[in-house]
Design a protein around this ligand. Structure first.
Ligand code: TPP
Length: 570
């Protein structure tokens, strides 16, 4: 059905269309290019139309991360708008994160006025000569699935519907639309559009029955099948499918460099977070949504191990180099593929063999948990605090209503994630600064949940914390931030130790470019935006501090932060 709206500009028609397409939020960091849009919002507000709700985010890093966080919880793309080329440049790290995480998003930027005079919206600021680029899409093109410039009003519906359909098609990822000021500022009288988008929406797909049978034969014939998983839980519906397959096979499942909750950690077939101890035995490995199942240079699968890959895109086609081999690669929705595999495997395995494997895996699971508990007990007495202890204390406060956003330092062995959609870690691309904004976006999407952002002190600073805390207060998004503060970039130090074992840096202790002393009083940054925040220096004080912080977040509905002082790495 066609709808007709009375509008005064293309910008107003654009907002009308986004609202009609279910886009709830526009995360925005404005500039001169926004004038037509802001004017259109004012008119819509006067008419009682507030969608898509504009949220000011005073830095592009948390703006993009908020859209990422919202989409990772809901599966629905939101709009981000930044200021021309300079805003897009600040946003790009977040776009790379979203691209490598297959998170949908309508990323937009104003485009500087092209004309020097003669149009409504022509240049009227000195920056508008220097802020034009030859090809504005080029900056983001490698990391978006599609980019385009809105050229005219007549194509508005086609262009926006196409953008939204492409971002949502698997493999999902951001799209980039630039909005020239003359175009969005152009005067209109009315806008006619279809009530719903009729852009093609590709249906879910699943591998052919032959390929599924071939994969099932490999897994069923193995003595020691193993599952390696990383990002399967992007689709929470894939988690029970993996549980079914693992139980059918009696195979352990290892979360390797995991970025989502993929498999319940308390399940007896959860085999921990390191595949290496399994590789000597594993004669068939199912690699599920894992771009890096092992390091070929350190410890890899046996050369004779049979390999089955399950992923939306088992080639990871957007990666320049990825040499992991496969005997069978099952493309399509892993949720569907895994159910099909479980069905196929069921008739091929001996129940006694499965039961025997399961007993061995259960024992391994029990031993691993004892080892992790012992590590936490040992860490509990250390001063300054060990990150394993901090992780255990955070792990102890997690319940079924908690979402954790982890930018590096929460050690998953010390927590127990059992609910799909409860744990999210940094993108495989690792662009720092993601967690603070992602946690705010998650909270916006799930207001009844407790959202905890676990960040290193480095990750915290990359997240534009002044802007993020401002957003938490201004938009009423009470999250808890836990800073694992070791006054260093330990990831950088670890890389030096790994690259030059026992070398100059290790022997002399000189490690320039990796220390963050003197550590700021980060708690003051949160308090500056009305948050509740404490510095915690003693291990035995942390559990109570976490309880106090959670009470503030849940009952006062105010943001909170714990600056937890941890051992500084060598
Ligand atoms: C935008 C960006 N810049 C730099 C890096 C390189 N980098 C990776 S981890 C890291 C340090 C993280 O420090 P912190 O959050 O304190 O955690 P820690 O390593 O100390 O555990 C850096 C600088 C990156 N991943 N992203």
């Amino acid at each position: 059905m066609t709808k007709r709206a009375s509008v005064e500009s293309t910008a107003e028609a654009y907002l009308e269309l986004l609202a009609a397409r279910g886009v709830e939020y526009l995360f925005a960091n404005a500039g001169t290019d926004f004038a037509p849009l802001i004017e259109a919002y004012a008119k819509r507000f006067a008419a009682g139309q507030s969608l898509p709700r504009p949220l000011t985010v005073p830095h592009e890093v948390p703006a993009v991360a908020m859209a990422h966080g919202f989409a990772m919880i809901t599966g629905r793309p939101q709009a981000v708008m930044v200021h021309v080329i300079v805003g897009a440049a600040n946003a790009l790290g977040g776009i790379i994160n979203a691209a490598r995480s297959n998170v949908p998003m309508l990323f937009t930027a104003g485009r500087n006025p092209i004309t020097e005079q003669g149009f409504r919206g022509s240049r009227d600021r000195p920056i508008q000569w220097a802020q034009e680029s030859f090809d504005q899409g080029a900056m983001a093109r490698e990391f978006v699935k599609w980019d385009y410039e809105l050229r005219n009003f007549a194509q508005l519906e086609t262009v926006v519907d196409r953008a939204l359909a492409i971002t949502m098609a698997e493999p999902k990822g951001p799209v980039y639309l630039t909005l020239p000021r003359e175009v969005i500022g152009e005067k209109q009288e009315s806008f006619e559009y279809g009530e719903t988008s009729r852009a093609p929406r590709p249906s879910d797909s699943v591998a052919s029955a032959d390929a599924v049978q071939a994969a099932a034969r490999i897994l069923a014939a193995a003595r020691n099948p193993l599952v390696i998983v990383k990002a399967l839980g992007r689709d929470p519906g894939a988690v029970p499918a993996l549980v079914r397959l693992a139980e059918t096979l009696g195979a352990p499942v290892v979360d390797q460099f995991h970025t989502y909750m993929n498999f319940p950690q308390h399940h007896p077939l959860h085999g921990g977070f390191d595949g290496a101890p399994y590789f000597d035995e594993a004669d068939a490995i199912l690699v599920a949504e894992s771009d890096v199942p092992w390091f070929p240079s350190i410890k890899a699968a046996r050369p004779d191990a049979r390999l089955v890959h399950v992923a939306v895109d088992p080639l990871f086609s957007r990666y320049p180099v990825r040499g992991f081999e496969a005997d069978v690669a099952l493309a399509g929705q892993p949720r569907l593929t895994l159910h099909a595999l479980a069905d196929a495997v069921r008739g091929m395995v001996e129940p006694a063999v499965v039961a025997d494997r399961r007993r061995r895996s259960e024992e391994e699971h029990r031993l691993l948990r004892e080892e992790w508990a012992a590590r936490a007990r040992k860490a509990s007495g250390e001063h300054p605090m060990d990150m394993a202890w901090v992780s255990k204390c955070v792990g102890d406060v997690i319940d079924d209503g908690t979402i954790v956003v982890n930018e590096y330092d929460l050690d998953a062995t010390q927590a127990q994630f059992t609910v799909p959609g409860s744990y999210f870690a940094s993108s495989p691309a690792g662009g720092l600064g993601w967690a603070l904004g992602a946690a705010l976006g998650a909270k916006l999407a799930a207001r009844d949940k407790t959202v905890i952002a676990c960040v290193g002190d480095g990750a915290y600073m990359f997240g534009a914390p002044t802007a993020a805390h401002w957003v938490a207060r201004a938009h009423d998004l009470p999250t808890l931030t836990v800073i694992f503060n070791n006054s260093a970039w330990n990831a950088v130090k670890r890389a030096v130790h790994s690259f030059a074992k026992g070398g100059w840096a290790a022997r002399s202790g000189a490690m320039p470019l990796s220390d963050l002393d003197p550590a700021p009083d980060y708690e003051l940054v949160c308090r500056a935006s009305g948050g509740w925040a404490e510095k915690v220096e003693k291990a035995d004080a942390l559990p109570d501090a976490l309880q106090r912080a959670l009470k503030v977040v849940r009952e006062e509905r105010r943001q909170a932060l714990l600056n937890v002082i941890c051992k500084k790495p060598a």
